[in-house]
Design a protein around this ligand. Sequence first.
Ligand SMILES: *Cc1c(COP(=O)(O)O)cnc(C)c1O
Length: 363
Amino acid sequence: MIPFLQLTPGEDAAAVRAAVDRVIERGWFVLGPELDAFEHEFAGATSAAHAVGVGTGTDALAIALRALGIGPGDEVITAPLSAAYTALAIMVVGARPVFADIDPDRLTLDPDAAAAAVTPRTAALMPVHLYGQPSDMPAIAAVAARHGLAIVEDCCQAHLASCGGRPIGSFGAIAAYSFYPTKNLGALGDGGALTTADAGLAARAKRLRNGGQTDRYHHGEFGVNSRLDELQAAVLRARLEWLPRWTARRRGLAAEYRVALAGAPVSVPPECDPGHVYHLFPVRSDARAAIRAALQASGIETLIHYPVPIPRQPAVASEDPAECPVADRVCSEIFSLPLYPSLPEGAIDRVAAALALSSTGDH
Ligand SMILES: *Cc1c(COP(=O)(O)O)cnc(C)c1O
């Protein structure tokens, strides 16, 4: 079997256990020293001035919008190909998600399509650095500047990625990260953070995540209860030390896949920037179902990211029946091969061999 993912701690297990023990012995579980230290360290790792730990990546996106004053009556332009949580976060604050199609190579928000979707109600652009590949941020920043829009970067799949050599998260007003266990930096449960260069936005986000409290038991504005707890912060501190090595390994495995899959009956989306961090390794085929079945028969797990464009989701469809033919096509063809730092030796050759067999129907 080659599982799609391996979430049991491996080379980091001793450090993770030590972190958990430290928190248990201290007896301080929410808004304590581990979160302070993690915020400092994560800001450093992402080249941001400030980081604010919250409960989930979805909350990080929503709190980012709230901190920018975006809500009912506002539109936020985003990509139709992403985890649906990107759009749900826009809806949570009462704003309307507007979907602009993706670039066919990069598979991220097309800057020209985003520009065409701007209306007088547009308040922000929310590009998604999907699969670990950075969006075309210089072009997106130009659209934002031309129309006076804020940018909130969805970095949930792209910890430590860069665009044109510049860290992602540094192009917009606020960036949002998820530490869901499957992400490149994962907790032992839910977690998230937002980063910003702006001290005022960071301070407002810290109030908003804590019920809007200005002082203990004094609620100056309507906030939520969404804090990254001490156990998760301590685990994330331990894992953050591994993240550069894990990221390098992801890139190395992706390079191996590209060589091994030359001639395979799938097309591999191009790497449009060397700052790609390969959260996932998607490939495309119009015979997806048959190929996935053949891989499954060889013990190789795959998943589809994502089967449905967000504007085609029943939960979102009423918001915007957007035209996005590129995303429609990608969703019908794309599936992800196993790629993670602890991928077993020889796995990529086995995947490539199974893919080659799948096209002959001889499996
Ligand atoms: C995981 C993810 C989210 C949501 O993060 P959660 O921590 O699960 O709330 C949002 N956007 C993208 C692109 C994601 O991959």
